[in-house]
Design a protein around this ligand. Structure first.
Ligand SMILES: [Fe+2]
Ligand SMILES: [Fe+2]
Length: 190
């Protein structure tokens, strides 16, 4: 359901979190904003409008969805969801909004917790779509210390899960199919 929201307030919040990345992290993590977070935000916002979801929840969750990565990458969904709740609550967002955003972040990996609400499905989908449309894997390869063949195998499994399990809308899956097929060929080369 589309609700009236304060776009300016949400944009200011996005800018604040962007500043946090740019002021507190090294070049690689600053790049993470441009390579991943901003594209996820843009895609998620478009999907929220298209599917008439709660834009404020989707937008805030997209901004914060990977905020746990720098504390605990393996558990960044659970760690990040609690961290996001705190960040929002401290900035005066209601308990209801903070809790909804927390639950979107908890399900964004489609791993331990599965998306159920429209907003949860949108952010999981946007996260996956951004992997197909940006230099995400180049960035991941760059920061990784893993041997090349091992990395390609890992990426190959990851794009398959992204394509099959994380895109919740048929139309979006079909739009992503050519990029998926291309990346699949790249990663299966080794
Ligand atoms: Fe994530
Ligand atoms: Fe992500």
């Amino acid at each position: 359901m589309q609700k009236n929201m304060d776009q300016e307030k949400t944009q200011q919040f996005e800018d604040e979190i962007k500043r946090l990345y740019f002021e507190n992290f090294d070049d690689n993590l600053m790049s993470f904003w441009n390579v991943h977070l901003k594209p996820v935000i843009d895609i998620a916002k478009k999907l929220a409008v298209k599917y008439e979801a709660d834009l404020e929840i989707v937008w805030l969750a997209a901004v914060l969805h990977d905020i746990g990565q720098f504390d605990d990458i393996e558990n960044h969904d659970t760690v990040g969801s609690e961290k996001a709740y705190k960040i929002l609550f401290e900035r005066g967002y209601s308990e209801e909004i903070a809790a909804k955003v927390r639950d979107v972040i908890l399900t964004h990996r489609v791993k331990s917790y599965l998306p159920e609400t429209l907003e949860q499905k949108i952010v999981a989908t946007a996260d996956a779509m951004a992997h197909f449309t940006t230099a995400h894997y180049v960035w991941m390869a760059y920061i990784s210390k893993k041997p090349f063949a091992e990395l390609m195998k890992k990426f190959s499994g990851k794009i398959q899960r992204d394509f099959q399990d994380k895109i919740f809308f048929e139309e979006e899956r079909e739009i992503m199919r050519p990029q998926y097929e291309m990346l699949k060929k790249w990663f299966e080369i080794v």
